[in-house]
Design a protein around this ligand. Structure first.
Ligand code: ADP
Ligand code: MG
Length: 254
């Protein structure tokens, strides 16, 4: 009878993780054979998290990233993004979510070769229908933030691999997305350049960005604060990473 029956304010229903995935499955057909690329994955990601997804080739990393990035829909299970069940969304609704909530960085950079850095970085804003002036301003700011303020007019082939991946990262963040998804972002880079990109991700994490990094390389995964290990489409275990306390001055954007 006690305190429970009184007029206490209920907990607001709006308190949820940025991402909540429950028993997510994805089946592909290879001819007549079923492949469960994801076989019952549950996880949550909070705003400001820095999470790595690790696993051997074929373990389902890219499939998971495609689901979380709203590039594809699951066979079953639920995916809540900011409390909304996007696993039931239509292609158009998914495109909308992708434009506003997700920034992608790929192993192969995927830049437009014929246009300069500024044009590449402002691309998502064109899709979002922003005016030219605002686009220029936002894209310039995004490129400055990755240390490329002096390369606005360069084309991709006039840049190093590391610089190209920085342009791709600026493009991914120009919309101020809720989540930055990076699938093997250092896969096409030498070790030193890869380290430079990992330092960039660290700085972006410290600025408050939520990052999900997909990699099959242990040392790369250890830059994150949490590592999710996948095997055969299942979550094997989750590892918490103790980062050495770095001073902010040690993180440079070049
Ligand atoms: P990873 O990124 O960890 O290497 P993937 O997510 O690409 O793994 O693939 C997981 C499994 O799903 C693999 O067995 C792969 O062959 C299969 N797979 C992925 N995409 C497709 C597809 N479009 N059609 C058929 N099988 C696929
Ligand atoms: Mg992959």
């Amino acid at each position: 009878m006690e305190a429970l029956a009184t007029d206490e304010t209920p907990t607001p229903a709006t308190e949820h993780s940025l991402i909540e995935v429950n028993d997510l499955k994805k089946r592909y057909m290879m001819g007549s054979q079923e492949v469960w690329a994801l076989d019952g994955v549950s996880l949550s990601i909070e705003e400001g998290d820095y999470v790595a997804v690790m696993g051997p080739s074929g373990s389902g990393k890219s499939t998971l990233m495609n689901m979380l990035g709203c590039l594809d829909t699951p066979t079953s299970g639920t995916y809540h993004l900011r409390g909304e069940d996007v696993s039931t969304f239509s292609d158009n609704e998914l495109a909308e979510i992708r434009n506003h909530e997700i920034g992608f960085v790929f192993q192969t950079f995927n830049l437009l070769p014929r246009v300069n850095c500024l044009r590449n970085a402002e691309l998502p804003l064109i899709y979002a229908g922003m005016s030219k002036r605002d686009r220029r301003e936002r894209a310039t700011e995004a490129l400055r933030n990755v240390g490329l303020g002096d390369r606005l007019d360069h084309r991709p082939n006039e840049l190093s691999g590391g610089q190209r991946q920085r342009v791709a990262t600026a493009r991914a963040l120009v919309n101020d997305p809720s989540l930055l998804l990076a699938d093997e972002p250092t896969g096409n880079l030498d070790t030193e350049t890869g380290d430079e990109i990992m330092q960039l991700l660290e700085a972006l994490h410290r600025q408050g960005n939520t990052i999900l990094l997909v990699t099959h390389e242990e040392p790369i995964a250890h830059h994150a604060r949490r590592i999710i290990h996948l095997r055969d489409g299942k979550l094997e275990h989750t590892e918490t990473v103790d980062q050495p306390a770095l001073a902010d001055e040690e993180i440079e954007l070049g």
